[in-house]
Design a protein around this ligand. Structure first.
Ligand SMILES: [Zn+2]
Length: 217
C-alpha cells in the first residue's frame, strides 16, 4: 500500500495560541479539521482557498479554545459531522464546563454528531484515525492517531506539549490521570511518532520521553 502524501496546516488562533489542524491527502478535495478554536474565519479561508471540503470535524476535548469555531464550520458545511470523545460532549453546549464563562464570554458549539470512545476508528477524507482516551487535562479528552503515514502522527490536544504537559488544575482535571495518560497512551508509541499538540510546536514521542521536564519515558 502506498503512503498518502499529507498536506497539513496549523492555523493558530490569536487568543491562547491554539492550533487548529487541517489535513488532506494531496490531490484530494476532502479534509479533516481538528480543534477549530478562535479565528474561524482564517480556517474557513484556508479551506476555501484550497477548495477543500471538511469531511470530519474532530475535537480532542471540549474547552472553548478548541471548539469555538465548530459553529461557523457547521454553518457552512452542515453535512460535516462533529466528533468528540463521549466524556466531553457536554462541554460543547455548556459555557461553564467549557470554561468560556469564566473568561467572560459564553461560547457554545452545536451538539456532537458522533461520540467516540477508546478503540474506535474514524474513517474520513481517506484517513483512518484511532481514538484513545486520555483524561487528566479534561476528563473526556481523546487523541487521534493517524497510522497511515510514516512516521505516525498524533493529534494530541492538550495532553503532551513540546517540553510541557496540559494543565490539570481545571475542575475535572487530574494530575495523576494526566501523567498516566501520557505514559500509557503516548509513551508506548514509536519514538519517531509526531505529536501535533493543541498549543505550541510539534514534537516527537522520543524527544519528550528523553527531555520532557514533567514526565520521562
Ligand atoms: Zn484545554
Amino acid at each position: 500500500m502506498t503512503q498518502p502524501e499529507i498536506e497539513l496546516a496549523a492555523i493558530v488562533s490569536d487568543l491562547f495560541a491554539e492550533n487548529c489542524f487541517v489535513a488532506n491527502q494531496k490531490g484530494s478535495s476532502e479534509a479533516i479539521v481538528v480543534d477549530p478554536g478562535f479565528n474561524h474565519e482564517r480556517i474557513i479561508a484556508y479551506l476555501e482557498n484550497k477548495n477543500l471540503t471538511p469531511i470530519a470535524l474532530l475535537n480532542t476535548h471540549g474547552h472553548a479554545d478548541h471548539i469555538g469555531g465548530n459553529a461557523a464550520i457547521k454553518q457552512k458545511w452542515s453535512e460535516c459531522p462533529l466528533i468528540i470523545g463521549a466524556g466531553d460532549a457536554i462541554k460543547l453546549t455548556d459555557p461553564v464546563q467549557n470554561l468560556s464563562r469564566s473568561h467572560g464570554a459564553d461560547i457554545v458549539s452545536p451538539a456532537a454528531d458522533r461520540l467516540v470512545k477508546e478503540g474506535e476508528t474514524i474513517s474520513a477524507a481517506g484517513f483512518e484515525l484511532e481514538v484513545y482516551e486520555t483524561p487528566g487535562h479534561s476528563s473526556g479528552h481523546v487523541i487521534f492517531l493517524l497510522k497511515d503515514h510514516a512516521p505516525w502522527i498524533v493529534f494530541g490536544g492538550d495532553v503532551l506539549f513540546q517540553g510541557g504537559v496540559g494543565r490539570f488544575d481545571f475542575p475535572d482535571g487530574d494530575e495523576q490521570q494526566l501523567f498516566e495518560s501520557i505514559r500509557s497512551k503516548l509513551y508506548v508509541l514509536p519514538d519517531e511518532t509526531i505529536v501535533l499538540p493543541g498549543h505550541g510546536g510539534a514534537t516527537s514521542i522520543g524527544d519528550e520521553k528523553r527531555s520532557n521536564p514533567y514526565v520521562r519515558g
